[in-house]
Design a protein around this ligand. Structure first.
Ligand code: GDG
Length: 473
């Protein structure tokens, strides 16, 4: 790729770490599939990554960014947001309006004009930083729901570059999207990108329906891999690009001796019991209460599971400023107490609950040690935990129970047990089926899952997205 790649995301992909010297701090690339996938390409073509660092502007933080830029072949450029911008744009409109709406959870949505105004303002602020950074032949790739309006602001600033956008979360149906008071503004703004990408075919279709419903004068041309929207002089290419993980990296790291020791230690604590794993950010979209109730139902319906199976649920703290998230934490704690109170006996607890983030070795250790994973979001753009679990199950002895409403279900339906997270009986039956599944069937299913994840890894995803900008057909 000859053009310089300019990636734009709400957060810059860095975390602060200690240098080991007294009080010294430096930045390191944050962990995560997107950074792993993009970093080599960004290094190779001396790319630019624009985003909010996640902390306040002060002389020292600017220096940390400069040092990072000196040590890497790609550059980070900050968009400094003040606390009002963060409140209205990020916490307000992004997290309390678009996030629940796009996950089909209308009841959680707040519709506040001030939040919308802050969102538009912050998108303008991002656009200013981008416009001031662009060179003639740059390719701009904007990420996610926080930044839907950026292209429109850039066009108003006379930026004529090719602009592309990828949405990591689902896109809702027209019926839901219509409820948003600012629907017209968002759809019109998305028309200013040249390429718009979604995780699944369903998201892409929903988007096309919304465009047709809200802008009657468009003409849509459906091709096999893309849809083309003709809107006056503009042509927008719309595709779906399911994101993957770095298969080779997870597969290799899961075999590391530290991970193997961790998995063995973990396993020893539970003896011969079967372990079911849940790993999620604290979020009402992840379906954790529904999962607890299904597990309780399984213990009730299949009493031979009692004493033989435990659910190990890790919940990673997230968005703690949003009241719904605080409520959810209390609900979960209450449920764990009630279910454990009901079923526990000496030497066996049904649910082990941890409210914290695990380090990577422990996370991979859990993936390796647990024979069953319950990945049952009510709605999810993709869900990388499902893919990471399969990739880390290097001995093939694992069963993935996956929600039909996770984007990942489109690719993993062949090997996983697919469930409706709202259907408690079906989930309870799937838990029992996974528990009783023969090793031969587990291995065969896991083989199919791992082959699919390996084929469609995150490197292929990046390549495919970038090439799609020019491809026809
Ligand atoms: C959005 C979309 C889409 C989790 N717990 C720990 C930990 N994690 C890491 C996992 C995984 C990541 O967090 C979670 O990724 P998801 O894909 O499940 O979900 P979102 O954060 O909501 O991401 C989603 C994704 O974008 C990509 O397009 O798949 O649908 O919502 O990588 O490993 N990592 C560590 N400790 C933990 O305890 N170290």
């Amino acid at each position: 790729m000859l053009r310089r790649l300019v990636v734009v995301s709400n957060r810059l992909p860095v975390a602060i770490e200690s240098t080991g010297k007294r009080g010294g701090r430096q930045l390191r690339p944050s962990v995560g599939g997107l950074v792993t996938a993009l970093a080599p390409i960004m290094e190779e073509n001396h790319g630019l990554w624009i985003g909010w660092p996640g902390w306040d502007q002060e002389p020292h933080s600017a220096r940390l960014l400069q040092e990072f830029n000196r040590r890497h072949a790609y550059e980070l450029r900050p968009v400094w947001l003040n606390s009002e911008e963060v409140d209205g744009y990020y916490r307000g409109f992004s997290n309390e309006t678009l996030w629940p709406l796009f996950h089909d959870l209308l009841g959680y949505c707040k519709f506040e004009t001030e939040h919308w105004q802050a969102y538009a303002q912050a998108n303008h602020h991002f656009a200013q930083v981008i416009a001031a950074s662009l060179r003639a032949d740059d390719f701009v790739w904007v990420h996610d729901y926080q930044l839907t309006l950026v292209a429109q602001h850039l066009r108003a600033m006379k930026v004529r570059h090719r602009l592309s956008f990828f949405l990591h979360i689902p896109f809702p149906s027209l019926d839901l999207f219509r409820r948003l008071p600012w629907k017209q503004s968002i759809i019109q703004a998305l028309m200013e990108y040249d390429l718009v990408g979604f995780q699944t075919l369903r998201d892409r279709r929903n988007f096309i329906q919304c465009v047709k419903g809200l802008i009657p004068q468009v003409a849509i041309e459906v091709r096999r891999r893309y849809s083309l929207i003709h809107y006056g002089p503009r042509m927008v290419k719309v595709g779906h690009f399911p994101i993957g993980i770095d298969f080779e990296e997870f597969n290799r790291d899961a075999q590391a001796s530290a991970v193997a020791e961790n998995a063995q230690y973990f396993r020893r604590q539970f003896g011969s019991r079967t372990l079911i794993l849940g790993v999620d950010r604290l979020d009402y979209t992840k379906g954790i209460p529904e999962r607890f109730l299904a597990f309780e139902r399984a213990l009730e319906k299949y009493p031979d599971l009692q004493g033989k199976v435990s659910l190990f649920q890790v919940v990673v703290p997230s968005r703690t400023h949003v009241p719904y998230y605080q409520d959810l934490k209390e609900i979960l704690e209450g449920m764990v107490g009630r279910i454990n109170g009901r079923f526990s006996r000496l030497g066996w607890i049904p649910i082990h609950y941890m409210y914290r983030m695990l380090d990577r070795v422990k996370l991979l250790g859990c993936y390796r040690a647990c024979e069953i994973a319950l990945v049952t979001p009510l709605r999810d753009g993709m869900n990388l935990v499902a893919k990471e679990y399969c990739t880390s199950t290097i001995d093939g002895n694992g069963v993935l129970i996956l929600s039909e409403f996770a984007g990942a279900a489109d690719q993993l339906a062949k090997g996983a047990l697919i469930v409706n997270p709202y259907d408690r009986e079906e989930m309870a039956d799937a838990i029992y089926r996974a528990f009783t599944m023969e090793l031969g069937e587990r291995r065969e299913r896991m083989r199919v899952l791992r082959a699919q994840i390996r084929r469609n890894d995150v490197h292929r995803w990046v390549q495919w997205f970038l090439e799609s900008d020019r491809a026809v057909g």
